[in-house]
Design a protein around this ligand. Structure first.
Ligand SMILES: Cc1cc2nc3c(=O)[nH]c(=O)nc-3n(C[C@H](O)[C@H](O)[C@H](O)COP(=O)(O)OP(=O)(O)OC[C@H]3O[C@@H](n4cnc5c(N)ncnc54)[C@H](O)[C@@H]3O)c2cc1C
Ligand code: SF4
Length: 617
């Protein structure tokens, strides 16, 4: 295939950076790990292919090296098919063919001229770790947020130490150049883009767990996945979120909130201290008594308060009897009442309501099966929302006691391993025999029914095979033989499924902290946001609702999806984002003093500032 033919695949990459972690046990792209620059990872190559096809960049020396260093091993194909159903290997082949033909024809290979700033950066990092080659820069120039266009930086630099970060900031200041810190660039809000120097911090991977103090000291290049794995090795757990997110970036930018926030809190709760390089290139720590607090709450949204070069992260205990339970509901109102109860009683170490859209996307191996499963949940079973609780046997017994119907881990596993059958003939035949009053799930998930469900669906990893592309079938069968792939505690700790959300289209999630004593206002706000997206023809859905601070507050996410490759849909997404912001603002005013929308870079302010803001006069 030619570059033009694969441009459609390349352009669909959402840059969530999942190809940078070994979440399926396939290993990670060796060329990327060796080099470090995003351009050498599959996601960077996807951007290079799209940019080359559109003549945004020329063929450069680095580009030739990037393309030739791909071994066509196919690891990225498995990873990317799993999360987004894309086939990057076609892009990698097309890139190789394109460059081979370019070189055979003796066409020009560009070497960008050096300059004073680049030489100074290279003197700090070593020549290899700072670049102005367009093939390097282009992988740092995009994000799928609809309100931003491509922003090409002038330099990318990859420091290895705090001292190097300090030097780089002084160089930027001398040259009057803006700079932007970058973890994995996966915020999906374009906040890691910049026009000057991109400081890619992913070489700074210090990671030390101290079992005595229940903490881990990490560098800014440590991902949630790496931290969780290391914490687990020591019998502990980190309250992390997206697996490919760098933990320092996540803490600072979006509070690292998740279902774990129910028990472990969010933002500054996760961190006992952190070290920063300020805009003058000087060091400070959060706990320095002579330092004025740069993490005070600023309603308008603070700017980044320097670059975090180290953080000490709290870890939490794990027990042998941990498991998960889902409590199904037909309405958000009913689910919210139960989630509040779970919050008030502090049951479990993670809790949150998920919509049918999320649950089906997590459970189903492909977009098509996810849509079918969602339809089955909604239309046949009357199941719209599920409260997921992770806890020990005492927590889960209490939740069972409080709930009318529950789905335990074994049944969840059965459903995951019966995927095409569940929404296919076997599932429909089973449902047609049950008495229906619009909430069929109550009959279906009654404890007495479980053996019948097992018998009707015969769960097995083999069942998943027909749902996926032929060449992926054996891989999927082997993958789903691993117990962790159907273990909800593991899946939540490592969060490998959430980047499947909106598999066909990237999403932008609006997150708000809401008072939980008026669930009807939460329901109303979701309806209003849904109406905004509907008006602009955008797919939209409820994301999650997490009880926080003993269920007095809740974190709400509502998602808009758009096809970023379609200019018309991007335009609609922009208009919808503006209108949604106005809608949220109206509700925030109504909730005066009782909550706040998520504001940028407030991750390390006290969470009380977000949950209990000063009322406006
Ligand atoms: C599918 C998906 C689901 C998500 N769900 C959640 C969720 O449930 N909860 C949640 O909290 N977040 C969520 N996020 C957001 C995401 O986890 C955060 O944006 C996270 O910061 C991304 O990590 P990153 O390394 O890619 O950060 P980047 O995109 O590289 O950086 C994010 C911001 O932090 C700045 N930054 C990066 N490193 C540093 C540093 N060392 N010092 C100072 N500033 C720095 C950057 O300049 C940028 O402004 C989700 C994102 C995706 C794509
Ligand atoms: S096929 Fe190429 S880009 Fe993909 S993981 Fe292998 S070496 Fe990396």
């Amino acid at each position: 295939m030619t570059l033009q033919e694969v441009k459609g695949i390349a352009g669909k990459c959402v840059h969530y950076a999942m190809c940078r972690i070994d979440f399926l046990g396939t290993g990670v792209c060796a060329s990327g790990t060796r080099s470090g620059y995003v351009s050498y990872y599959p996601q960077g190559r996807m951007e290079i292919a799209a940019a080359l096809a559109d003549e945004v960049i020329p063929v450069t020396e680095k580009l030739v090296d990037i393309v030739q260093s791909c071994t066509l091993c196919g690891k990225c194909d498995k990873q990317c098919y799993f999360v987004r159903e894309l086939r990057p290997i076609k892009v990698m082949r097309a890139l190789k063919d394109h460059i081979a033909s370019h070189l055979e024809q003796g066409l020009a290979v560009v070497r960008p001229p050096t300059d004073d700033v680049l030489e100074r950066l290279q003197a700090v990092t070593g020549a290899e770790w700072s670049s102005n080659d367009p093939a390097i820069l282009v992988a740092y120039s995009v994000d799928r947020f609809p309100l931003t266009e491509r922003r090409m930086p002038r330099y990318v630099t990859m420091p290895a130490s705090t001292a190097e970060v300090q030097h780089i900031i002084k160089i930027a200041r001398d040259a009057d150049l803006p700079y932007t810190a970058r973890g994995h660039g996966a915020s999906s809000f374009a906040v890691a883009l910049g026009d000057g120097i991109i400081i890619d911090l992913t070489r700074m991977k210090q990671l030390e767990v101290d079992p005595k103090t229940w903490t881990a000291t990490i560098g800014p290049g440590v991902t949630a996945f790496d931290l969780q794995r290391e914490a687990n090795r020591h019998g502990m757990r980190a309250g992390v979120v997206e697996p490919a997110a760098c933990v320092c970036a996540n803490l600072i930018s979006t509070n690292m909130h998740s279902l774990f926030s129910h028990a472990y809190g969010m933002g500054a709760d996760h961190c006992s201290d952190a070290e920063f390089v300020d805009p003058e290139g000087e060091l400070y720590t959060m706990n320095n008594p002579r330092q004025s607090n740069p993490f005070y709450f600023n309603k308008a949204g603070a700017g980044p308060n320097g670059i975090c070069t180290q953080a000490r992260i709290r870890l939490y205990p794990m027990t042998e009897d941990e498991s998960a339970i889902l409590v199904p509901f037909p309405t958000l109102q009913e689910a919210a009442a139960m989630a509040r109860e779970v919050g008030h009683r502090r049951l479990g170490f993670a809790a949150g309501i998920l919509g049918a859209d999320y649950v089906s996307a997590f459970m189903a191996p492909t977009n098509e099966t996810a849509e079918q499963l969602k339809q089955l949940f909604r239309e046949k079973m009357g199941l719209e929302y599920s409260l997921l609780v992770l806890g020990d046997k005492y927590d889960l017994a209490a939740v069972k006691d409080l709930a009318e119907v529950t789905i335990d881990e074994k049944l969840i596993r059965t459903m995951m391993l019966s995927m095409p059958q569940l929404h296919g003939e076997a599932g429909l035949a089973m449902l047609s025999e049950l008495p229906s009053d619009g909430t069929l799930y109550k009959t279906l998930f009654d404890e007495e029914m479980i053996p019948l469900i097992e018998a009707a669906l015969s769960p097995s990893p083999d069942n998943i095979m027909p749902a996926v592309d032929e060449d992926m079938r054996e891989f999927y069968r082997d993958l789903y033989q691993r117990p962790e792939m159907t273990n909800l505690v593991w899946l939540n700790m490592y969060r490998i499924l959430s980047s499947r959300t909106g598999r066909g289209r990237p999403f932008f999630g609006m997150v708000m902290y809401m008072p939980f004593d008026e669930p009807e206002m939460i329901v109303e706000l979701c309806e209003q946001l849904g109406a905004v997206a509907d008006k602009h023809g955008l797919r939209n859905d409820f994301g999650y609702l997490i009880p926080i601070d003993f269920g007095k507050r809740a974190a709400l996410e509502y998602d808009f999806y758009h096809d970023h490759t379609n200019p018309e849909e991007r335009e609609h997404a922009r208009a919808a984002a503006d209108e949604a912001a106005e809608t949220i603002d109206r509700y925030m005013k109504r909730m005066n003093g009782r909550s706040a929308a998520v504001v940028p870079f407030q991750g390390l302010c006290r969470k009380e500032n977000l949950l209990y803001p000063e009322p406006a006069q």
